[in-house]
Ligand binder design. Structure first.
Ligand code: MV4
Length: 501
């Protein structure tokens, strides 16, 4: 069924709100922005056709207020809501409320969000479509005895994970049977506190994996395509730092196998719109399904650069009920794209958040450079949200050209007034291991440890433990967005700021 969309409410902030506004403008759609008190002067507010206040700065009183957002949609006559990423983007209840209010939710059906939101149900779905997944249980464990039996069956080391989790929360590695009881109790109680469900399951631990994900796009007429992969192994504490497309280790045959499996999973779950299937890939190029993210992702621009497609425009057309209008053979990958996530944080101080006034801003440009950014000189980076300032993307014919182009762009970049992680990117992009694509999910921690060792320092276990405890507290908040490790870090900064006063 075709449904026209004439006006889109963007239920988000920052660069992604601006990204969606730009897509709407190119399609001739009117836009409605929403904002919190901290974002009165934000660029997304300036760029939208209309803008309305939600409430105070905390997300729970603003960007997570689905009720207020739908009331603004009703008042302004917006016929669709684009949730961006984080906040309400993976909230099945909100998707349902939109549809019940006669407003199109630009994303998957609530039913698909629910199926894939449960990691155990997603693993069962993977089995039904013959998708390789990490060995282990596909239902919640009944108790620590069952955990011990399953672990003995697949062999240690294993990983306990929360069924309702994702993004690394509620996870415990277990290296032997003597550790199981304590790890199980810790994982189950953390899962209960963080997600309101103590259901945990168990997987074989994959050592030194790469994190590679497949972008899919499905329409409501039964068509689904994969748009290649993204290499996301360069991360720190479950926070992606650099992403690229394609992955240096994925050849045509592996890409087809992963892509076709991802499409089968999406179709079997009744998936519509943009989604991402996450995999672990081991040193032997075995791939294992991890989870499916039911939203547009932060790193979608690298896929746009190598496919030449506009993913947000595709999302909007699919949401109008249009067919994809392309088949798998139409999708050709060309060149290489690298994205750096520029954060307001201090690399010299354990990447502690560094919000505040931007006094100077000189942004890179020129051939092959794209920047998705929503800050400007005079803007005060708020404490309350994700500290990401910008996504700097470099495109080139090869990985080496893209890498060198990124280094050139980083040399042009000046951000004054706040601390940023710009220096970190130079270090990574000049590192021999990165340049040889010898990367896995532990790569960045190893690189940073080398630096600390050279300075004769080490990260204090006490500091790490306190930080971890505070992060758990942040994740506990019932209103915390499911995919907002960044937000937890902000919360952490806020509380420590409070302690200092
Ligand atoms: C794993 C794993 C090793 N073996 N599962 C972390 C986030 C969550 N989505 C899954 N994660 C992992 N699951 C098994 N069986 C290693 C990780 C992991 C990781 C995964 C993706 C990206 C970064 C990571 C960093 C550390 C651990």
């Amino acid at each position: 069924m075709r449904r026209t969309i004439q006006k889109v409410l963007i239920a988000n902030r920052g660069e992604i709100a601006l990204r969606v506004i730009r897509a709407c403008r190119e399609m001739g759609l009117a836009t409605v922005a929403v904002y919190s008190d901290a974002d009165r002067a934000a660029l997304h507010v300036l760029h939208a056709d209309e803008a309305y206040r939600l409430g105070p700065a905390p997300a729970a009183e603003s960007y997570l207020r689905g009720d207020l957002i739908l009331e603004i949609a009703r008042r302004t006559g917006a016929d669709a809501v684009h949730p961006g990423y984080g906040f309400l983007s993976e909230n099945a209840h909100f998707a349902e409320a939109c549809m019940a209010a006669g407003v199109i939710f630009v994303g998957p059906p609530a039913s698909a969000m629910r199926t894939l939101g449960s990691k155990t149900q997603a693993r069962q779905a993977a089995d039904r479509v013959g998708m390789p997944r990490v060995p282990g249980s596909v239902t919640g464990l009944a108790g620590v005895e069952e955990a011990g039996r399953v672990a003995a069956g697949i062999g240690y080391p294993v990983m306990l994970k929360a069924a309702a989790g994702g993004g690394g929360k509620g996870m415990r590695a277990v290296t032997g049977p003597d550790e199981m009881a304590a790890a199980y109790a810790a994982a189950a109680s953390e899962a209960e506190r963080s997600f309101g469900s103590g259901e945990v399951y168990l997987e074989k631990l994959i050592e030194r994996p790469r994190h590679i994900e497949i972008q899919v796009m499905a329409d409501e007429h039964g068509s689904c395509v994969y748009l290649g992969e993204r290499e996301c192994s360069v991360q720190r504490r479950h926070q992606k730092v650099i992403e690229e497309a394609p992955s240096a280790v994925v050849g045509e045959a592996l890409r087809r196998k992963m892509g076709e499996a991802a499409v089968r999973l999406a179709l079997s779950a009744g998936y519509v719109n943009a989604g991402t299937v996450e995999f672990l890939v081991d040193a032997e190029e075995n791939f294992y399904f991890l989870e499916m993210n039911t939203r547009l992702q932060v790193e979608h621009p690298v896929t746009e650069m190598v496919t030449g497609l506009d993913l947000v425009q595709m999302q909007l057309r699919v949401a109008m009920g249009e067919p994809l209008g392309l088949v798998q053979e139409d999708i050709q990958l060309r060149g290489h794209a690298i994205e750096c996530r520029v954060y307001a944080e201090d690399p010299e101080n354990n990447f502690f958040p560094s919000p505040g006034l931007i006094t100077r801003l000189e942004q890179p440009g020129g051939p092959g450079i794209r920047e998705d950014c929503a800050v400007y000189p005079g803007w005060v980076v708020p404490l309350e949200y994700d500290p990401m300032l910008s996504k700097l993307v470099a495109f080139g014919e090869t990985r080496e050209v893209a890498t060198d182009r990124m280094l050139r762009a980083l040399g042009e970049y000046v951000i004054g007034g706040i601390k940023t992680n710009l220096s970190l990117f130079r270090r990574i992009l000049m590192d021999d291991n990165f340049r040889a694509a010898r990367i896995d999910t532990g790569y960045l921690e190893r690189l940073l440890a080398e630096g600390l060792a050279a300075e004769g320092k080490s990260v204090s276990e006490d500091v790490a433990a306190v930080a971890a405890a505070l992060l758990v507290t942040a994740a506990e908040r019932p209103t915390a967005p499911r995919d907002a490790a960044q937000e937890s870090r902000w919360g952490l900064a806020g509380r420590q700021e409070g302690l200092r006063q």
